[in-house]
Structure formats: structure tokens, C-alpha cells
Write a protein that binds this ligand. Structure first.
Ligand SMILES: *[C@@H]1O[C@H](CO)[C@@H](O)[C@H](O)[C@H]1NC(C)=O
Ligand SMILES: *[C@@H]1O[C@H](CO)[C@@H](O)[C@H](O)[C@H]1NC(C)=O
Length: 363
């Protein structure tokens, strides 16, 4: 009789601990994921022992209801690692497709390990709950998954500083919840999809440092929340869509180092944009005489283009011009005077055809 009483608590304990610990299939998938990676300096995977992967496995957290793995958060530049080991992380190997067996995953952060190679597993686009995919700062190659647009909950897609090639998949513009897109410093080629403007929740689109060609699709202007558009250091050609200057919250527009032609839209000079870098393109014509009280520029860099004619008089009606660069153009005439840019130096105006007046020689 006594013995039987003892069995109940043991059974209860067994039931509770299986409910609270991760499913064996999740644990197996994590161990297979780990087996494809090699982290020689910090021992971050040393904690990946025991049956309960939801308990004290470094970088792993589980969904509180289903007790399935919900997040992988491994950052090579994280502070706690640095404090523990006095160095930032380094890891080689690849991201195993076993990760796709973790079907409850909502966040995958495998960032700044510098040495992880291989491709993004294609099956990642069938993880139904994925919200964050952050693989910045590795050596990942191959294309973005063609059907990435299936990730209907994705809010963050960051694969910056890798070696990803191929085109921006057409399906990407189906990511209607995407807020943050960072593809900087890869080897992406081909055009920006015409339907880019369907990314209605986007606030930051950072595509600089690739080999992207083609024009800037005017549909971009429909992205109401877009605050930061960085297309610099690519091979983009065609004209700047004037509607960019009509966007409600666009504050940073970097198009420098491309092959952009045509005129500078006057809308951009009296808009919400406060950081405008159009340096090193093939823009031509006059700088529109369209500055006004709304013109507030931390940076206005129009250097290394083919602008001609005078510096527009309305420049003196701008609220603020922090850094102005008009060098390496074909401008001519008197530099207007005014409080917003009294502080500017010679270098802002050098290498033009015939500019004169302060801070250059007098006219
Ligand atoms: C975008 O989503 C729609 C509706 O789900 C689908 O019909 C279409 O094929 C998708 N487009 C691409 C390019 O994947
Ligand atoms: C503008 O872009 C050019 C070319 O990429 C770069 O050299 C320059 O520093 C940028 N200007 C500012 C003010 O950041």
C-alpha cells in the first residue's frame, strides 16, 4: 500500500517535466543545428546538454504555452559574451536545414559570427510563425529564398554584411508586415522589384553596397512609413522619382555612388528629407531654386555630379544646412550669403567652374 502512494508523485513529476521541457524532436533538431557549427573560443554550446532545451540552453527560449523552441538568439558581438571572454565571437560551419524542424520559431538571430558560410536553408520560408530573421555579419552565400514572401509575419529581414548573390526575389514584396529590410553589403544584382511599394509597413529599406541595377520604382513613394531609404553604392540608373520629395516621413535618402541621371527634383529640397546624399551620380541641369523654411538639412551632398548654373538664392531661406557639399560640379556665380550656412568652408564649393564670394575668392 505504502509503495503505491509513492508512485503518484513520481508520475506527476514525470508528467510535469515532460510538459515543461522541450519536445524531443526540437531537442534533436537543435543538436543537429549545433553539429553543423563550430565555435572554438567561447564555448557557447557547452550549455546545450540535458534533455530540457528550454532550460538554460544558451540563446534558446521556448514558447510558454507550447513549450516548443520559439527563439534562437546567438550574437557574436553581444556584450555578455564579450564580458565573459574578453573577445567577440567567431564561428564557422553552416546553418543546417534542421532548423526548419523547429516549427514554432518566431525569431532567428545568428549575427556577427564572421565565419559562418553556406546558404540560407530554403525551407526557412515555410516557418509559419517567423517574425525576425537576422543573419547579419557572416559569410553566407547563395540567393535569398525565392518564396521568402510566404513569411507573412516577418517584420525584420536583416542579412547585411554577407555574400548573398542573385536577385531580390519577386515574392519579397509580398511581405506585408515587413518593417525593417537590411540587405546592405552583399552581392545582390538585378533590379528593385517594381512592386516594392507593396511593402506597406516598411520604415527602413537599406540596400546599399550591392550591384543593384535598374531604376528606382516610383511605387516606393507609396510606402507611407518609410523613413530611411539607402540605395547608395549600387548601379542604379534612371531619374529620381519626384514623388520621393512628397513622402510624409522620409528623413534619410542616400542615393550616392550610382548612375542616376536627369534633374534634381525640386520637391526634395523642401521636404521632410534632412539627410540627402546624391554624390557621385550623373545628375544634371540647375539646382532648383526651391529651398524654403521646411528645408532643414543635416547633410546635403550634391558633389561629383554635372550640376551647372548658379547656387539658388533661396538657399539662404533654408532653416538649417549642417553639411553642404557642392564640390565637383559646373556651378558658376556668386555664393549666396545667409545664416543657415555661414559656417561652411571652402571645401563645400571647390572644383566648380566659376563660383565666387565667401568662403571662396570675392567676385
Ligand atoms: C504573393 O501573394 C499572393 C497571395 O498570397 C500570391 O498569389 C502570389 O503568387 C504571391 N506572389 C509571389 C511573387 O510570390
Ligand atoms: C555621400 O556619399 C559619398 C559617396 O558615397 C561619400 O563619400 C560621402 O562621405 C557622403 N557624404 C556625407 C556627408 O556623408
Amino acid at each position: 500500500m505504502k509503495r503505491q502512494f509513492g508512485i503518484i508523485p513520481v508520475l506527476l513529476f514525470a508528467v510535469i517535466s515532460t510538459v515543461n521541457s522541450c519536445p524531443p524532436s526540437d531537442r534533436a533538431a537543435l543538436l543537429a543545428f549545433k553539429a553543423a557549427l563550430h565555435e572554438p573560443y567561447l564555448g557557447i554550446f557547452n550549455s546545450w546538454t540535458g534533455t530540457d532545451c528550454c532550460h538554460k540552453w544558451y540563446g534558446i527560449s521556448c514558447d510558454s504555452k507550447s513549450h516548443k523552441v520559439a527563439a534562437i538568439d546567438l550574437r557574436g558581438e553581444s556584450k555578455d559574451l564579450f564580458e565573459r571572454a574578453g573577445r567577440s565571437g567567431f564561428m564557422t560551419g553552416h546553418i543546417s536545414s534542421e532548423i526548419c524542424k523547429l516549427t514554432r520559431l518566431s525569431s532567428i538571430i545568428i549575427a556577427d559570427w564572421k565565419g559562418i558560410t553556406g546558404e540560407i536553408p530554403k525551407c526557412i520560408s515555410s516557418l509559419p510563425f517567423l517574425r525576425i530573421l537576422d543573419l547579419i555579419g557572416n559569410k553566407i552565400t547563395g540567393n535569398l529564398p525565392a518564396d521568402i514572401g510566404k513569411l507573412q509575419h516577418l517584420t525584420v529581414l536583416n542579412v547585411a554584411d554577407n555574400q548573398i548573390s542573385g536577385r531580390i526575389p519577386a515574392s519579397l514584396t509580398n511581405l506585408s508586415n515587413l518593417i525593417h529590410l537590411d540587405l546592405r553589403n552583399n552581392k545582390i544584382s538585378g533590379p528593385i522589384p517594381k512592386t516594392f511599394g507593396r511593402l506597406g509597413m516598411l520604415t527602413r529599406a537599406l540596400l546599399s553596397g550591392n550591384s543593384i541595377t535598374g531604376p528606382i520604382p516610383a511605387s516606393v513613394c507609396r510606402i507611407y512609413r518609410l523613413a530611411d531609404l539607402d540605395l547608395s553604392l549600387n548601379k542604379i540608373y534612371g531619374a529620381i522619382p519626384p514623388c520621393l520629395g512628397k513622402m510624409a516621413v522620409l528623413a534619410t535618402l542616400n542615393l550616392d555612388c550610382n548612375k542616376i541621371t536627369g534633374a534634381l527634383p525640386s520637391t526634395l529640397l523642401n521636404s521632410a528629407v534632412g539627410n540627402l546624399n546624391l554624390s557621385r551620380n550623373a545628375l544634371q541641369g540647375k539646382i532648383p531654386n526651391a529651398f524654403g523654411p521646411r528645408s532643414y538639412f543635416m547633410v546635403l551632398d550634391l558633389s561629383h555630379n554635372f550640376f551647372k548654373g548658379p547656387i539658388p538664392k533661396t538657399l539662404s531661406s533654408a532653416s538649417y544646412i549642417g553639411h553642404l557639399d557642392l564640390s565637383f560640379n559646373h556651378l558658376c556665380g556668386r555664393i549666396p550669403a545667409g545664416a543657415p550656412f555661414d559656417h561652411l568652408e571652402e571645401s563645400s564649393f571647390m572644383y566648380n567652374d566659376c563660383l565666387c564670394g565667401k568662403p571662396l575668392r570675392s567676385c
